[in-house]
Design a protein around this ligand. Structure first.
Ligand code: FAD
Length: 379
């Protein structure tokens, strides 16, 4: 098996799988229907060290390596993509940038609660008029006594209304273009941070995604993350890891769709035999499995490269593009194999089909991944 996993990595993967099947899977359909946020599950994931997996133990984290995180995330997504995205955001875009760019004081102050699950975190980059083109963001950070005041709006913020500490990008100097954007750590527990109603999403129904309005929100001097003007560096610095994380989420969802399809193909009968005995269904299964195996290798390779400290921009973008597009297609075929039942809330593949759809959109759309891949090839 490539890459060769260590005993620790296998133990973490198996622990994640056992927890996911025992504690997450049973209530996933009900949470999808009600939109209930999985607070108790997240509390337990925090206790297991899964909310800050690569944060050192000395700072309250899991002290694991990046590949272990990816293996665990895949297993969580196998049972509930809503829990997986919450875990992924906390690890990849809240803890990781603070770990990479934070001062020792910031790590002590913010990583401890974030990694233990005492407080959830998030990432505020996207705005109503600035998504893929993040440098077009308009949220303003203006100097005030002892820190900064933030004014503006952030869109599609995962963990909004549930989380406390958010890495946020805002324009600290309107005359400097991309270099005028800075990153801060925002404590959302203050009157100037107004959380909107949760978005009524197609999938990931029990994760929370909201519009955030900032009205004179205060950020103390000590919460500037990285250097002034380095906001996009902070935002994009963790993107390779974030992309591999979303690819792992898509992989877990697609593996579940695969397993559900194989099982259904054995039990559902038509024309006097199991539908899995019809050659056309076999073709679907074979192609789904081929995509799945190829995607898994891409995800693990990119994760192993990141863990080894190698540049993996090309590999991370390739893994995200191929895996998420394949996963959407695999879930589509899974619905097809289930026939009319696949179109019903009663069958799991219907939820997988809705949940997987966003993976080609967030943390860089498929179009943006294609641009990144082409840029890497042509540079
Ligand atoms: C469920 C969910 C959770 C999210 N969570 C967060 C979060 O926690 N924090 C956060 O900051 N953001 C979050 N996002 C926002 C997400 O990252 C953006 O939706 C994404 O970056 C795309 O931006 P956009 O929606 O504005 O689309 P746009 O940028 O408007 O793109 C629209 C279309 O145009 C294409 N396009 C744009 N530019 C180009 C180009 N140059 N060439 C070719 N095609 C192009 C895009 O690929 C897309 O197909 C979340 C989104 C969702 C749906």
């Amino acid at each position: 098996m490539f890459p060769q996993f260590t005993e620790d990595q296998i133990a973490i993967r198996d622990a994640a799988r056992a927890f996911a099947l025992a504690e997450i899977d049973p209530g996933a359909a009900a949470r999808d229907a009600s939109g209930e946020f999985p607070r108790e599950i997240l509390k337990k994931l925090g206790e297991m060290g899964f909310l800050g997996m690569t944060v050192p133990e000395a700072l309250g984290g899991g002290g694991s390596d990046f590949l272990s995180y990816i293996l665990a995330l895949e297993q969580i997504a196998y049972t509930d993509a809503s829990v997986a995205v919450t875990m992924s955001v906390n690890n990849s875009v809240a803890c990781a940038p603070i770990l990479a760019f934070g001062t020792q004081e910031q790590k002590e102050q913010y990583l401890r609660p974030l990694a233990s699950g005492e407080a959830l975190g998030g990432f505020m980059l996207t705005e109503p008029d600035a998504g893929s083109d993040a440098a077009a963001l308009k949220t303003r950070a203006t100097r005030t006594t002892g820190g900064w005041r933030l004014n503006g709006a952030k869109a599609w913020i995962t963990n909004g209304g549930e989380g406390r500490y958010f890495v946020i990008m805002a324009r600290s100097d309107p005359d400097k273009g991309k270099k005028g954007i800075s990153a801060f750590i925002l404590d959302a527990d203050q009157p100037g941070v107004l959380m909107g109603r949760p978005e009524d999403k197609m999938g990931l129904r029990s994760s929370k995604t909201v519009m955030v309005t900032l009205e004179e929100a205060f950020v103390p001097e000590g919460a500037l993350l990285g250097k002034l003007g380095d906001g996009l560096k902070v935002a994009f610095g963790g993107l390779d890891g974030g992309r591999i994380g979303i690819a792992a989420q898509a992989l877990g969802i697609a593996q579940r769709a695969m397993d559900e399809s194989v099982s259904y193909a054995k039990s559902r009968r038509s024309f006097g035999k199991a539908i899995g005995e019809h050659q056309m269904i076999q073709t679907y299964l074979a192609e789904m499995e081929s995509h799945l195996q190829a995607a898994r290798l891409l995800v693990y390779r990119a994760a192993a490269m990141k863990e080894a400290g190698k540049t993996c921009t090309l590999e991370a973008a390739t893994a995200k593009l191929f895996t998420t597009e394949s996963a959407v297609w695999i879930c589509d075929r899974a619905v097809q194999i289930h026939g009319g039942y696949g179109y019903s809330h009663e069958y799991l593949v219907e939820r997988l089909y809705r949940d997987v759809r966003v993976t080609t959109i967030y943390e860089g759309t498929s179009e943006i991944q294609r641009m990144v891949i082409a840029r890497e090839l042509l540079k």
